[in-house]
Design a protein around this ligand. Structure first.
Ligand SMILES: Cc1cc2nc3c(=O)[nH]c(=O)nc-3n(C[C@H](O)[C@H](O)[C@H](O)COP(=O)(O)O)c2cc1C
Length: 165
């Protein structure tokens, strides 16, 4: 049994997709949690703000959930051919915690999924580049969905199997 964390960057269709992944993971006998980056409402990262703030709202909760899980599904819509600001912002905050930075990302298995306006290939590429750069092992397979194309259950199951093994 694995512990898989679904990290959703937005709270509508991508949140629903995160719930789909979590439900499937539980049906497969795994532990699954969801963390919604919109709900965390982290302040916008800047170096100045990172020096000012003693505690960053949302940070402790995010770090605890991420470090507690064996692997992560990152679920985010395409915004302007890239990733939404909630995701980029959360990773900027996490990456300034240098002492834990390698332990958190290095060798972590990560799956990528999107519900976007179109096909979402650009957000998948953007996330793949960022999480690979951070040292994660990003699954080759990803899950793409939109208004006219539901997430493929077989893809969800296969990705979860890969994240669990
Ligand atoms: C600021 C913004 C930029 C967007 N840019 C793109 C884009 O480049 N490509 C695309 O396929 N969809 C784009 N969309 C559509 C979103 O991917 C789509 O609405 C998605 O369902 C939003 O996720 P949500 O339903 O979880 O809120 C954009 C939406 C917004 C708000």
């Amino acid at each position: 049994m694995a512990k898989i964390l679904m990290i959703t960057a937005t709270s509508d269709n991508n949140r629903a997709l995160a719930e789909k992944f979590a439900d499937s993971a539980r049906e497969m006998g795994h532990e699954a949690d969801i963390i919604d980056l919109v709900e965390l409402d982290m302040p916008m990262f800047s170096v100045a703000r990172s020096k000012e703030l003693e505690t960053v709202p949302g940070m402790a909760e995010l770090k605890a959930a991420m470090s507690d899980a064996d692997s992560w599904m990152i679920i985010a819509p395409e915004y302007n051919g890239s990733m939404p600001p909630t995701l980029n912002n959360a990773v900027a905050w996490l990456s300034t915690e240098w002492q834990d930075f390698r332990a958190l990302f290095n060798r972590r298995k990560v799956g990528l999924a999107t519900h976007s306006g179109g096909g979402g290939p650009h957000v998948i590429m953007a996330m793949r580049q960022m999480f690979s750069f951070l040292g994660c092992i990003v699954l080759g397979r990803n899950c793409i969905s939109n208004k006219t194309k539901e997430a493929n259950p077989e893809t969800i199951e296969d990705m979860l199997n890969q994240l669990a093994n």
